[in-house]
Design a protein around this ligand. Sequence first.
Ligand code: S3P
Length: 186
Amino acid sequence: MSDQQRQRPLIYLAGFMGSGKSTIGPILANTLGFPFVDVDQLIQQRAGRSINAIFSELGEQGFRAIEQDVLKNVSAMENGVVSLGGGTLANEENFRLIHERGLIVYLRVSSEEAARRMRNKTDRPLLHDGEGNRLDEASLKRRVEELMKRREEFYNRADVIVAAEHKRVGVTVDEIVRHLRLLTRL
Ligand code: S3P
């Protein structure tokens, strides 16, 4: 770990859709006395439209370009907690930047749990069919498993890995803080 990571920590929360990044992020930031930013929120602000609209108008590629730009901006912050999108880390260039600038915390949930949490959501275009319709349960489970399999190699390179299911949010936050204090001068 570089001195920069130790002294001026940016904490990036990574994990699959539904792993709790956007819930845990603000609480963790509050606990550490850091500012909080959410990459998905910034993407929507930047584009002036929802993630669904970005995907349907610009495609996934267009979305990923905005995402990378937002990531570069937030990575220039001195310190803070950054909730990534589920796919942000799963790109070598993004991974390099994130790893260089801070510490990665992976909130791990099983594919069953992620699919369960995403069952009634309508704002995750990667979990819809081509027409934007919700997937049936079996197809959703397959899609989640496929995506997770591709992404695990990135997620598993995190500095801290925390099991984020069957647990209260506060317990997960305490666990993350404990790990971070061992790794940094927080
Ligand atoms: C995505 C996850 C979403 C959002 C977009 C793409 C992904 O964020 O960035 O729909 O590729 O897994 P959450 O993980 O916050 O749902």
